[in-house]
Design a binder for this molecule. Structure first.
Ligand code: 2IP
Ligand code: CA
Length: 415
């Protein structure tokens, strides 16, 4: 988790946005608060997620970089000068690239971007370097070289993709995102590479009859979520799978986004969800879920396992599963914020597992529970220390609709 501090963004500056996303003109018009069109921010998130996905793919495709990842798996040659491993550098580079690109387009937002990883790398002598994307490719390459044990070839490859321009067609639904956001109220959670264990293993998962993979590169997701600092609720989310489909030697990615700002709910899939042949409610769980919780749900649901918190959440977004139930505190705000925004856009949601167990009302009245008990993402309000401050300590229950939540309440209670 980075040590970002909330700093006040400037007032009295109005940033106007051209219809061509990515073009910014700062005018002297005075506004009380800095407003940004949600559409521009979403397009920037989509582009940044794709750059993150590219970095993840390049590392697996380029032998100079893959070797570093594989060495790490073998555990025999850790970076001699720096304590951190290459996997951490890959994560941090994705995170810092997103921070750099968003900050270039939205001045002031950088201080409100929080990621899973600290960007400080420390060597055995206790000297530290902050990994950042700098003003140009060469400067970034030099900085990366210093944490890569002077491996300039690897540093140049990474710097090249970090500085590439990426513009993604976010789809026709983007036109419906016609609301503004208050820049000062926004916080961003980044999980640069979720399912890192699958990423390092690098295997191709096999799709089962439910449309799911239980493990493999397909479970890797870049997660970018924006939340409201005042309300704590997620508002924009982009989930990008760098390895969605294997086409021979190459991987093709896919992404999904959603917007839930007050009454404005838009997401990037057709409203008709994927129809898989489901007879029972499909509930995703971690392989390490408590046996008694698994048993309880197995009585009336089809319980499926898959790696990756982000991937399981995304499967609920995609209609492949109806819900994801986790009784333990093993997810963090950066895992959930982005897919949670998409679920809210779809009239689903994420509540804590504890709230599910505590709810003793009629299951048909679960709309109250859903309306008032969504998990929140406020940065400063969490007790505890270290990364535990940002964990979802009471577990999570993600559901695609109120009907699914109702069925989950019944399954949890009846058995
Ligand atoms: C992990 C990753 C794990 C998940 C865990 C997350 O994030 O998604 O796969 O456990 O909850 O925090 P599981 O696969 O059992 O659901 P990361 O890979 O970023 O550490
Ligand atoms: Ca994660």
């Amino acid at each position: 988790m980075t040590d970002s501090i909330h700093t006040k963004t400037r007032k009295n500056i109005h940033i106007s946005w051209s219809e061509q996303e990515g073009t910014r003109n700062v005018s002297s018009r005075i506004w009380e608060k800095m407003k940004v069109p949600a559409r521009s921010l979403l397009q920037a998130l989509v582009n940044a997620s794709e750059k993150g996905a590219k970095i993840a793919r390049v590392i697996r495709a380029e032998s100079a970089l893959l070797e570093l990842l594989v060495q790490e798996k073998a555990g025999d040659q850790k970076n001699r000068r720096f304590v951190q491993d290459f996997k951490t550098l890959a994560d941090v580079l994705v995170q810092e690239t997103v921070r750099h690109d968003l900050s270039a387009q939205f001045p002031g937002i950088g201080a409100s971007i929080y990621g899973e990883e600290s960007n400080k790398f420390t060597n055995v002598l206790g000297e530290s370097i902050s990994v950042q994307v700098l003003q140009d490719q060469e400067a970034t390459a030099q900085l990366l070289c210093s944490v890569l044990d002077d491996n300039m070839a690897a540093a140049r490859l990474l710097a090249k993709v970090a500085h590439e321009e990426v513009l993604v067609d976010a789809g026709p639904e983007l036109d419906d995102v016609d609301v503004d956001l208050d820049l000062e109220d926004l916080g961003v959670w980044i999980d640069p590479i979720d399912s890192t264990a699958q990423y390092i293993d690098g295997l191709c998962g096999i799709i089962n009859d439910k449309g799911l993979v239980s493990c493999g590169l397909q479970c890797v997701v870049v997660l970018l979520g924006v939340y409201s600092k005042s309300a704590g609720l997620p508002q924009l989310g982009v989930c990008n799978r760098p390895f969605a489909q294997s086409t021979g030697e190459k991987w093709k990615g896919d992404l999904m986004w959603g917007v839930a700002i007050g009454e404005k709910k838009v997401f990037s899939l057709p409203s008709e969800k994927t129809t898989t042949n489901k007879q029972n409610l499909v509930v995703l769980m971690s392989q390490s879920e408590k046996p008694d919780v698994q048993k309880k749900f197995r009585a009336s649901c089809s319980v499926q396992h898959a790696a990756g918190a982000g991937y399981k959440l995304l499967c609920v977004n995609q209609g492949i599963a109806d819900a994801y139930v986790l009784s333990k505190s093993s997810t963090y705000m950066w895992d959930c914020c982005a897919p949670h925004a998409i679920l809210l856009a779809q009239n689903g949601g994420v509540i804590s597992y504890k709230r599910l167990c505590d709810f003793n009302g009629d299951p048909s009245s679960c709309s109250e529970l859903s309306l008032n008990q969504q998990i929140t993402y406020h940065h400063d309000n969490q007790p505890g220390s270290g990364s535990q401050r940002w964990c979802n300590r009471d577990g999570i229950v993600a559901y695609c609709s109120l009907e699914a939540l109702q069925a989950i309440i019944k399954a949890n209670r009846d058995n």
